[in-house]
Design a protein around this ligand. Structure first.
Ligand code: C5P
Length: 311
């Protein structure tokens, strides 16, 4: 059973105060883009995991892998305890990049094992299980464009028209999500103490962004992209400022750090402009590599089932 699963960018990421469980309450607009990992699951005598492709060496190939955790959580929840599975992850989504690659792999493993074991779980039950694995995992199941609340796991679909074309500039080194949130808190606390800003209130959805998304016009959407984690990501990796500036100089309609970074996402007017932007960014030497992607795309889907369709 092979499942294809997309990366995400956040079109809005509004971060509120820290909750009692240590997470931040947030409102985010998730947008799934056409940069995919593939996960194959197959019945086996012993559970194992193998990771190949982009940044594979940076991904643990053991029980700590989110894919392995997803398989065990599903086995436990559905009485398949002890059922072994071979998990193969082919990565194209860079690791620790703010693109939710690990969450994507967890979602793909859930979908693959759910099919393999014919558990009969409803999509609601699968989404609840996904939320226990990570804040972004439920979104990777559904994809598209969706508003996330809570710590990101409570989703409602967003009305978005059209296709958006992106250039994604990958950073030289990864960023830890937890460290970026902690830095965001520290920067905010310093500004509050200095009297420069009030303590953060509950985050709110950007209605101008939602209206722009319904128009399907990237020129309206571009200037409305926002990310409250961006100052923290920039303070941890100051070089990202150059990448954002280079994208704007080369005509990006919007330039933003994706999630906790360090990937920078640049919105282009159309596919041709995204290609030009990607070439210009590659030549400017401000990032490790550049990919083009478009969105929205669907979440985790089975692309090959060896039992039904020989490959
Ligand atoms: O949910 P997930 O495991 O992907 O989150 C990784 C880390 O990001 C958390 O341990 C936490 O430090 C931070 N986080 C947060 N608030 C959120 C989501 C994530 O503080 N809403």
């Amino acid at each position: 059973m092979t499942v294809r699963v997309p990366a995400k960018v956040n079109l809005q990421l509004a971060v509120g105060p820290v909750r009692t469980d240590g997470y931040h309450s947030l409102v985010t607009v998730f947008h799934a883009v056409s940069l995919f990992d593939e996960v194959t699951v197959a019945a086996a005598d012993k559970t194992s995991i193998a990771v190949t492709g982009e940044d594979a060496a940076a991904v643990p190939a053991d029980r700590s892998n989110l894919g392995w955790q997803a398989a065990s959580a599903l086995a436990k929840a559905t009485g398949q305890r002890g059922t072994a599975v071979r998990i193969e992850i082919r990565k194209r989504i860079p690791v620790a990049a703010g693109l939710a690659g690990g969450s994507a792999d967890a979602a793909a493993t859930l979908v693959g094992c759910n099919e393999l074991w014919q558990t009969g779980l409803s999509s609601r039950e699968l989404a609840d299980l996904a939320a226990t694995l990570g804040s972004d995992v439920p979104f990777a199941l559904v994809g598209g464009t969706a508003v996330g609340r809570g710590r990101g796991e409570h989703l409602t679909p967003a009305l978005a028209a059209g296709t958006y074309h992106w250039a994604l500039a990958f950073g030289l080194e990864g960023l830890s999500t937890a460290q970026v949130y902690a830095t965001c808190d520290r920067l905010r606390a310093a500004r509050v103490a200095a009297g420069d800003q009030p303590a953060p209130g509950e985050p709110e959805l950007s209605h101008p962004l939602m209206t722009a998304l319904r128009s399907g016009d990237p020129a309206q959407v571009g200037p409305l992209l926002t990310n409250d984690l961006q100052p923290a990501a920039l303070s941890l990796q100051p070089g990202l400022r150059r990448a954002l500036a280079a994208g704007r100089e080369h005509g990006a309609l919007g330039a933003i750090v994706s999630g906790s970074g360090p990937t920078c996402a640049f919105l282009a007017r159309d596919a041709a402009r995204a290609r030009e932007l990607a070439v210009a960014l590659t030549g400017s030497g401000v990032c490790r590599a550049v990919a083009r992607a478009s969105g929205p795309v669907p979440g985790a889907v089975v692309v090959r089932d060896r039992d039904r369709q020989p490959s």
